[in-house]
Design a protein around this ligand. Structure first.
Ligand SMILES: NC(=O)c1ccc[n+]([C@@H]2O[C@H](COP(=O)([O-])OP(=O)(O)OC[C@H]3O[C@@H](n4cnc5c(N)ncnc54)[C@H](OP(=O)(O)O)[C@@H]3O)[C@@H](O)[C@H]2O)c1
Length: 339
């Protein structure tokens, strides 16, 4: 499988690391072998090689500061821009791992269309295109006879979408309720130890969990974007932010935390998705509920089904290798269906 990779930061490097370290096992166990034939960044160069780029050398180069440090080899081309890679690279799949723009989809949205119309499947870690244009992209994929997969966009490599769409197919999911933003869950967990919101946020930033501008996390927008993806994937319902109730955790105080604790409950930022509505807001969850025990940066989702009752999945919601694994899961799914 030939992969063109847009974005070579935490996630792109996580995928390259997996392909570097697991290639022999993936080939032996699943008959899967993948080559990165193109990789693009915004400011740190881009590379194209029809015969494949060496993942170890790619990682060495980017860790040295730029893909320009990748050794020259016959056939290597440099400085293709992302649009040209998406359209013209000789690849089976475009993997998109550039920053998410939840308002416009960002440049990635056009790259997805370019890839699909030029005969490539699309696999996304980038939430933007799916949040903004799920229905249009699915239609474009169908028209092109290609697939659009996005497991890594919700709970990184923890298979939230695959569980719902494949393992629980036929069980009739009526509701999803989840902790799908690790930063806010980390902050809430720290607040339970007596820390103020501001101190917990500062600690999350120092540890690299929260961005310098934490708005998307603490005000609920990151979770809301993922909830939109769940709504579209589970129920075929595309939603605009204006149609949703979105509230973050900024307003929670130590007194709120204490009152919940006295009542045998715990505050969690819960995204709830049904056929009819999507909400993201802090909720007091009884300690006995599986979501109450999910602490720190961990994510979790409970699917309520007609045939099985509640099914809860707990796991990593971020990280380079963890999200790279989400991408790998989609690539293996394409491989299994003969793509
Ligand atoms: N990190 C996670 O745990 C995680 C989990 C789930 C989903 N995601 C999603 O995965 C995506 C990547 O996240 P990340 O953490 O890897 O981000 P990151 O570390 O900031 O890396 C982003 C990469 O994209 C490149 N880039 C930016 N604009 C580009 C453009 N127009 N064309 C080509 N490349 C471009 C950057 O290049 P420069 O270095 O030159 O700027 C960088 O290589 C995001 O959409 C994120 O929401 C991340």
């Amino acid at each position: 499988m030939k992969i063109a990779l847009i974005g070579f930061g935490t996630v792109g490097q996580g995928l390259a690391q997996i392909l570097r370290d697991q290639a022999a096992q993936l080939r032996a166990q699943y008959g899967f072998s993948a080559e990165i034939v193109a990789v693009a960044t915004r400011s740190r160069g881009s590379l194209v090689h029809p015969a494949g780029l060496n993942p170890a050398a790619l990682l060495d180069a980017i860790r040295a500061g730029s893909l320009d440090a990748y050794p020259d080899t016959p056939g290597l081309q440099r400085a293709w821009h992302s649009e040209r890679i998406a359209r013209d690279a000789d690849a089976d799949v475009l993997v998109e791992a550039s920053p998410s723009d939840l308002d416009t989809g960002g440049p990635a949205l056009d790259l997805c269309y370019a890839a699909l119309t030029s005969g490539k499947h699309v696999v996304l870690a980038n939430k933007g295109p799916v949040v903004v244009a799920y229905a249009e992209l699915m239609a474009a994929a169908q028209a092109a006879g290609k697939r659009l997969l996005f497991e890594a966009t919700v709970m990184a490599g923890t298979p939230s979408l695959r569980l719902a769409l494949e393992a629980l197919a036929g069980a009739e999911i009526t509701r999803a309720r989840g902790i799908i933003n690790g930063t806010t869950n980390y902050i809430l967990t720290q607040m339970e130890t007596g820390m103020s919101f501001d101190d917990a946020l500062a600690q999350a930033q120092a540890l690299g969990y929260a961005e310098a501008d934490p708005t998307a996390d603490v005000d609920g927008w990151d979770a809301a974007g993922k909830a939109r993806i769940l709504s579209a994937a589970l129920f075929g319902r595309t939603r605009r932010f204006e149609e949703m109730t979105v509230e973050g955790i900024r307003g929670l105080t130590q007194a709120d935390i204490a009152h919940a604790s006295e009542a045998g409950e715990r505050w969690k930022l819960i995204a709830e998705v049904t056929r009819d509505a999507v909400t993201v807001r802090p909720v007091r969850v009884p300690l006995a509920h599986p979501l109450a025990g999910v602490s720190g940066g961990t994510n979790a989702i409970t699917y309520t089904t007609a045939l099985l009752g509640d099914v809860t999945l707990v796991g990593a919601g971020a990280g380079g290798v963890q999200t790279g694994f989400g991408l790998l899961g989609d690539l293996l799914a394409l491989h299994r269906c003969g793509a």
